[in-house]
Ligand binder design. Structure first.
Ligand code: 2RA
Length: 336
């Protein structure tokens, strides 16, 4: 069977990757429908070597689709995802609009694929920083029962889409040319800086980005007991998020054995040889699909603790690839 697939936000950073990944993974597409805002109507995108015209993402555009991958921001998802479902289309949404909705499964195919079984038309893609963290922690949670996670993220500007990329590039250019740096996308200059503030602050002094990692971990692991304490930081890297993760486990955990558990787990590549200065590096992992783990070491400050460094391409496994893998999971579980 071949499927009629729409991509909402087809001209954006994630939407562009979605089209690329559908093609690279030879997803059984019968018809592809790039959808975006009115300003982009008529522009061309390429799919399977063919030029395809962008159409307007609006009510009535989903009746001929089996699946629509959304990555056009929360407002567009709130407006159009229910309409798409009512037109008979299944929505895989990369925005934050439905992630905590009790009727919407929040899925990482390597972690909780079976949750697609209870979808009612919408499946939510987790936040990029959550996806890479939980792909890495799932095998350790299964083996050692994680009770607490402390994580600091080092997030690329492409997490803010094309505007974030352009802001960093422009500020670096201005710095080199001794011009005034303009600040629009972020609360402060991002070039040569580290901003501990992603999304908005909530009333507990954590940011929404940090609280997403807490709530999404509980929903995806189906475990409200795990304590999660994140700090989300924006750094001047174009692509690939990095995370310093510390876990405490119920059961005794030993670094070498944990390294073996990780190296056998799906979608994980262990890159860890400090004798040769080898560990995952954001600048080397653009365009890859796995979650890369290194600096695996005992946390000697607690009874059962482990530290690790986790890197993944935030536009691929952190967004577009995970969404396409959810579509593949729907087919596998016969839920489309
Ligand atoms: C960011 N995780 O990095 C958020 C949304 N992609 O900006």
């Amino acid at each position: 069977k071949r499927y009629s697939v729409g991509v909402v936000g087809a001209m954006g950073a994630v939407g562009t990757e979605m089209l690329k990944i559908l093609e690279q993974r030879d997803f059984p597409v019968g018809n592809i429908k790039p959808l975006d805002v009115k300003e982009n109507e008529g522009k061309k995108v390429y799919f399977n070597g063919r030029e395809v015209e962008v159409q307007v993402a609006q009510e009535g555009a989903f009746g001929d689709l089996d699946i629509a991958l959304f990555s056009a921001g929360e407002a567009a998802s709130c407006d159009l995802a229910p309409a798409a479902v009512s037109e008979g289309c299944i929505v895989i949404d990369n925005s934050n609009a439905f992630r905590m909705d009790s009727k919407v499964p929040l899925v990482i195919p390597e972690v909780n694929p079976e949750d697609v079984m209870w979808h009612e038309g919408i499946i939510a893609n987790p936040n990029c920083s959550t996806i890479q963290m939980l792909v890495a922690l799932k095998p350790l949670h299964d083996r050692y029962t994680i009770k607490r996670i402390v994580v600091s993220t080092y997030q690329a500007v492409s997490g803010s889409g094309l505007p974030g990329i352009l802001e960093l590039e422009e500020q670096v250019r201005a710095y080199i040319e001794n011009r005034e740096l303009k600040v629009k996308v972020y609360p402060h200059q991002i070039a040569f800086n580290a901003i501990p503030h992603i999304d908005t602050f909530t009333d507990n002094a954590y940011t929404k980005e940090e609280m997403k990692m807490v709530h999404e971990t509980h929903k995806i692991f189906h475990d409200e007991k795990i304590r999660v304490s994140p700090t989300a930081v924006r750094i001047p890297v174009i692509r690939c998020h990095s995370e310093a993760i510390n876990i405490e486990t119920e059961k005794p955990i030993e670094a070498q054995e944990a390294k073996e558990v990780l190296s056998k787990a799906p979608s994980i590549k262990v890159i860890d040889d400090i004798s040769a200065n080898v560990y995952p590096l954001a600048a080397e992992l653009k365009g890859t699909d796995e979650v890369y783990v290194g600096r695996i070491r005992q946390d000697f400050s607690v009874k059962n603790g482990l530290n690790m460094w986790v890197v993944a391409d935030n536009l691929r496994k952190g967004a577009a690839l995970n969404a396409v893998q959810i579509a593949e999971t729907l087919i596998k579980y016969k839920k489309v």
